[in-house]
Design a protein around this ligand. Structure first.
Ligand code: FES
Ligand code: ZN
Length: 294
């Protein structure tokens, strides 16, 4: 993509096409954006605000989760700033207030309680907690959709990770819109930016003067995802266009898998009652691990 006006137009056209083709938004929608303050979610909020002004959907709000990681304080400030700039209702929830522990405290607790080999990277625990707060709070705020800033790179990294783990069910769930039929308590997730590259989002955010923070989670270098990121960058460098091709292959594969895996339906967690693909949801498994529930 070229820089300047042409770039902005092509970028927005691509995102809008994704929204239109996948029916991500409808007139009556009340959309909550999961806003971290980074470039992806800030851009997602910016584009959705433009669409809301054009009455593509009805209401727009943002939720930010304060993880209690000091290095991410700046992201929180940027999240506030962009909401003020776009005049979007903003709700901030702190992990510590909701669960009694900040992410740093949870990580220390996990390391103490688990044998070293079995400890996954903190970001995977954090993801479970963030998803839980987001879903609960979005439900309280009567949202009809949750929009996240996932970009094309995130999607193909996730697909590769699940492919390596042999988790075909998670690949089947990939797509622009995720949700579970017959489970009203689960608010559908939409990913308007999953068709654009991470580096193009950064260019877009800069050209549009969208405030965002460059701070990454300090634990992210420990995550499996980081290895996938490096591998994919290397492939893209040698074979330009591979990332787009990979996304299209993932989408085709996911659609085949969805037909094949109809039987794998969701159910309610035996402990908390939230929707889960297993008997006990990931959140309750984590709470058990932390000895916060029995
Ligand atoms: Fe939350 Fe890394 S610990 S994203
Ligand atoms: Zn549960």
């Amino acid at each position: 993509m070229k820089s300047g006006d042409g770039f902005l137009r092509i970028f927005e056209k691509r995102v809008k096409k994704n929204i239109r083709l996948n029916n991500l938004l409808s007139k009556e929608d009340r959309v909550v954006v999961a806003l971290s303050g980074g470039k992806d979610s800030a851009t997602c909020l910016y584009i959705l605000r433009k669409l809301q002004e054009k009455k593509v959907f009805k209401e727009l709000l943002a939720i930010t989760i304060d993880l209690g990681i000091p290095e991410l304080k700046k992201s929180l400030e940027k999240a506030k700033k962009i909401c003020e700039m776009l005049e979007v209702e903003h709700h901030i929830y702190s992990l510590k207030e909701v669960f009694g522990y900040s992410m740093n405290e949870i990580w220390k607790k996990i390391q103490k309680l688990s044998s070293k080999e079995s400890v996954a990277a903190p970001c995977s625990y954090c993801g479970v907690l963030r998803r839980r707060i987001l879903n609960q709070k979005a439900r309280e705020l009567k949202a009809s959709k949750i929009a996240t800033g996932h970009n094309l790179d995130d999607e193909i990294q996730t697909a590769l990770m699940n492919f390596i783990r042999g988790d075909l069910l998670r690949i089947a769930r990939l797509g622009a819109k995720t949700g579970v039929a017959n489970f009203q308590e689960f608010i559908p997730r939409i990913k308007p930016l999953r068709v654009v590259l991470e580096k193009d989002i950064e260019t877009y955010a800069k050209l549009r003067k969208i405030p965002f923070s460059r701070r990454r989670c300090p634990y992210s270098k420990l995550a499996f995802r980081n290895t996938m990121r490096l591998v994919l960058e290397e492939i893209e460098k040698e074979h330009p266009g591979s990332k787009y091709q990979l996304l299209s292959s993932v989408d085709r594969l996911a659609s085949i898998l969805r037909k094949e895996m109809k039987a794998a339906t969701a159910r309610n967690c035996k402990i908390c009652g939230e929707i889960s693909s297993q008997e006990i949801c990931k959140f309750c498994q984590l709470m058990k691990e932390l000895k916060l529930i029995k």
